[in-house]
Design a protein around this ligand. Structure first.
Ligand code: MD6
Ligand code: FE
Length: 232
């Protein structure tokens, strides 16, 4: 048992500033890329409900890379187009290859979140037509890549982190550039466009932990405009 005195002593922070200092709510990582910390927090209930609807129709699955490897991240999609990978390559497809049916439609709560996050990062009129939903279990990772299967690089990507934390690798426009690590927590939203749109990025193996949102999982929503804006 702890005595009250002990408790008080233990509560004294070793580094008072570090303990109370909060990371900024909005951080520009480089021109075109903004981290909005906690931006999705007020909508987590709506997001969770929507995720249940989506995954009932289009369950998470581990896709195969063109090189024949099974991805450690489980994926599904919603919206007019879904990102898919198989032995023939990466592409956007209006049809879920598992069900042969269109992907579940984009829930209103997703559209609104992506639109508002983009606007607060300076990208007005953002209407994504694709949302890739990634599910990481401890150990899952995403190697460094560029997002370049979309027709429309003029639109940003909006990326929402939920559940257990992850270290995001954030690099430059060339594969050999040296990445920095950015911790992404539940509710953080990254918006990424303009001169940053084709930067290399990835996710380090996710560490074992647990969060009320999705237990041992990290969920990431990445919104894109996959079709060109002229196609509408
Ligand atoms: C993830 N995200 O955070 C994987 N791509 O789980 C991505 O690959 C990504 O977060 C482009 C823009 C933002 C992203
Ligand atoms: Fe990506």
């Amino acid at each position: 048992m702890m005595r009250p005195d002990d408790g008080e002593q233990m509560m004294l922070p070793l580094f008072p500033d570090a303990d109370t200092e909060r990371l900024p709510e909005r951080e520009e990582l480089c021109p075109g890329a903004v981290l909005l910390r906690g931006f999705a927090l007020t909508r987590e209930a709506g997001i969770l409900d929507a995720l249940h609807v989506i995954t009932a129709e289009a369950p998470f699955r581990h896709m195969i890379t063109p090189g024949g490897f099974c991805m450690s991240v489980a994926m599904t999609n919603c919206g007019s187009y879904g990102w898919v990978s198989d032995l023939t390559g990466y592409r956007y497809d209006a049809i879920d290859p598992e069900s042969g049916k269109p992907w579940p439609s984009m829930p209103a709560v997703f559209l609104k979140l992506a639109h508002e996050a983009a606007a607060s990062a300076g990208f007005e009129n953002y209407v994504p037509d694709a949302c890739l939903v990634n599910r990481y279990e401890p150990g899952a990772r995403l190697s460094l890549h560029q997002d370049r299967n979309e027709r429309d690089f003029s639109s940003p990507i909006v990326s929402v982190s939920l559940g257990i934390p992850a270290a995001f690798l954030w690099s430059g426009l060339r594969r050999k550039d040296r990445p920095v690590r950015i911790p992404l927590m539940h509710g953080d939203v990254m918006v990424w466009g303009g001169p940053a749109r084709l930067r290399y990025h990835g996710v380090l193996p996710v560490k074992e932990s647990s969060h009320s949102f999705a237990g041992r999982h990290r969920i990431n929503l990445t919104f894109r405009r996959a079709a060109s804006s002229r196609q509408g």
